[in-house]
Write a protein that binds this ligand. Structure first.
Ligand SMILES: [Zn+2]
Length: 191
């Protein structure tokens, strides 16, 4: 089994953030284990197109308080695991955005314009505000109802399943493992 790596299978920046903690060989592995890791994650998100370069540049100077980010990620997971009620979660999201308001810029891309959120502070507080805004959008649009946990019980991944058909975070990992297990069971007469 390969060691955990950053993924972009969630569907939005906020969901990919939730997936920065993963299960590996029975252990919970936190991929955001220091300021350098947060910088690497942001670079990865920019590389995958999830984080606009203008937003990335606004965040980059830091400082990075890992504790605040880990706490925020835990709050999101509590909500997804139904351990926190909707209103409490909405209040904490709104509070994070109120603490560090976002500005917006309309930027020209190759053939279209795109609206880009720019946090008014860099570092972890700016990032938390950006992530909270993403989750507010998921909540208000109702898309949050499609945020699904991977069908592999030992996988901690969440993803946006817009059509209600996706079971696995990735066919390369969890989906494939399940397919192989079924194949093995058939071969050995267990199914
Ligand atoms: Zn999975």
């Amino acid at each position: 089994m390969n060691p955990p790596i950053f993924t972009a299978l969630g569907g939005t920046l906020g969901i990919d953030f939730v997936n920065t903690v993963q299960h590996h060989r029975g252990q919970v592995v936190d991929l955001l284990d220091g300021p350098d890791a947060v910088s690497r994650w942001l670079a990865f998100m920019n590389h995958t197109g999830r984080l606009h370069t203008a937003t990335w540049c606004a965040l980059r100077p830091g400082p990075w308080s890992i504790e605040r980010l880990i706490e925020f990620r835990r709050d999101i997971r509590w909500f997804l695991d139904a351990k926190a009620d909707r209103q409490t979660f909405l209040n904490s999201l709104a509070g994070a955005v109120a603490e560090v308001p976002l500005g917006f810029r309309a930027l020209h891309e190759e053939d279209h314009m795109t609206l880009v959120a720019i946090p008014s502070m860099p570092g972890s507080l700016g990032l938390r505000s950006l992530l909270a805004f993403d989750w507010l959008n998921l909540m208000v649009s109702g898309a949050v109802n499609g945020v699904t946990s991977c069908a592999n019980n030992s996988c901690m991944a969440y993803f946006l399943d817009r059509r209600g058909r996706r079971k696995w975070c990735s066919m390369d990992t969890c989906g494939n493992r399940q397919k192989n297990a079924r194949h093995y069971a058939r071969q050995s007469g267990l199914a």
